[in-house]
Design a protein around this ligand. Structure first.
Ligand code: FMN
Length: 410
């Protein structure tokens, strides 16, 4: 199918085409953790580039719980004007702009110096890198209610700021994904055990957001097809979660996979082997689409027009793209004008899969940083250079975050 066909969502709104920019954490917040001028410039580039849907990098619903330093935080109306500018900057050619909202749970760097909470006290298992994370404390009922309320609050604020929708991040091993996975959710109460219990937090968040936002506001969930770990969240679990979401007024489910421990979202299998094919999760997404009554999007490894077309042939409504749009924000416009653009990063020869995954993220963030300063991307950046640059950026922003937190009221 031609990706330049509009899509009408269940809420009646439409997307001008089938290509979405998927969420990529930018670490480009201003010193008060609101959207910076650089962040706004970056989104203008994507808005001009012709995608039909722009999903922001994850925005934190709680300043005490960050996926990394330099992240945007949305807890109150304090910086609403900046958020309005951010949404507006991306809308130049009629794309819908959705804010992704997230809580890291145990996937929060220990260097940020915050208390880490998760469904259960299960530490990260990343070999030598496990020490980069604090062993989490299991959440109380009150903390679970508070987190649900914070997701809903962020969605309501996103609508007030003029975003067209939100995406709840329930993938990649973050908090909601930790609740979904039997490896990280060992709870014996109503939040753990059978998949209906493990999905209770996600279902509550989705239901309450839908009840609080207007009917035309789009609501999406990013879900793992599997977490690619033995005994973990399985494709069958994913199918059951989609069945639970079917009647709740969700407009789009994005299918991805993996976590920090098993970074399948970047084409890395648990054993470090590259999955090497394009559209990593296509088969899983097609299986899920079979039982879904709402549009499905698949993200991961897509960078060529024929692959995008093939994805759309197979019952998938939207194609999600991250890396290739960081390398070339104008990719949709170029495809539409007949150019066979297929942006690609240098390959990474590093054997350590954690380091390779970090280097990959750094190489993409290098492009985001360049675009945010009005420069053109540099696909030739080496993994070592990008890695060191990212380490330095992280160190500086971690210190800045800790100082900022020290000034916040308790
Ligand atoms: C630098 C970087 C940051 C990312 N940040 C997020 C994020 O904030 N939220 C999210 O759901 N996925 C995030 N992802 C994953 C992407 O959305 C996408 O699922 C993944 O990169 C695979 O798609 P691609 O091969 O087109 O890049 C990130 C990926 C990269 C490379």
């Amino acid at each position: 199918m031609n990706p330049f066909t509009p899509l009408t969502l269940p809420n009646g709104t439409s997307l001008p085409n089938r290509i979405a920019k998927s969420a990529m954490e930018e670490n480009l917040a201003d010193p008060d953790h609101a959207p910076s001028d650089e962040l706004i410039r970056l989104y203008r580039a994507w808005g001009d580039g012709g995608v039909g849907l722009i999903i922001t990098g994850n925005v934190m619903i709680d300043r005490r719980a960050m996926t990394g330093p330099g992240g945007v935080v949305l807890e109150s109306q304090r910086h609403l004007a900046r958020f309005q500018q951010w949404a507006q900057s991306a809308r130049a050619r009629g794309a819908q702009v959705w804010m992704q909202i997230n809580h890291p749970g145990r996937q929060m760097p220990a260097a940020l110096g915050q208390l880490t909470i998760a469904p259960s006290a299960v530490p990260m298992d990343m070999g030598n890198f496990s020490k980069q994370f604090t062993v989490p404390r299991a959440m109380s009922e009150d903390e679970i209610s508070e987190v649900i309320g914070r997701f809903v609050n962020a969605a309501v604020l996103a609508e007030q700021a003029g975003f067209d929708g939100v995406q709840v991040h329930a993938a990649h091993g973050y908090l909601i994904s930790q609740f979904l996975s039997p490896l990280t959710n060992k709870r014996m109460d109503r939040w753990g055990g059978a998949i209906g219990n493990r999905a209770r937090m996600l279902v509550a968040i989705v239901r309450e957001i839908r009840a609080r936002v207007s009917p035309g506001f789009s609501l999406s969930v990013k879900l793992n097809s599997a977490d690619f770990q033995r005994g973990g969240f399985s494709p069958e679990d994913a199918r059951q979660v989609v069945a639970l979401l079917n009647p709740l007024g969700v407009d789009l489910i994005e299918i991805s996979g993996g976590s920090y421990e098993a970074p399948a979202m970047h084409g890395q299998a648990r054993d470090g082997r590259s999955l090497s094919r394009e559209a990593y999760f296509l088969q899983f997404a097609q299986d899920i689409a079979g039982g879904a009554r709402l549009p499905i999007m698949v993200t991961g490894g897509i960078r060529r027009l024929p692959v995008a077309e093939q994805v759309l042939e197979g019952g998938i409504a939207m194609v999600g793209i991250g890396t290739a749009l960081a390398l070339n924000p104008a990719l949709p416009r170029e495809w539409e004008s007949g150019k066979a653009s297929a942006p690609m990063l240098r390959s990474i020869g590093w054997r350590n899969k954690v380091l390779a995954s970090l280097a990959y993220m750094a190489m993409v963030k290098h492009q985001l940083r360049r675009l945010s300063r009005g420069r053109i991307p540099n696909p030739g950046v080496t993994p070592a250079y990008a890695f060191l640059e990212q380490q330095l950026d992280t160190t500086i922003k971690t210190c800045r975050y800790r100082r900022w937190m020290g000034r916040q009221p308790a």
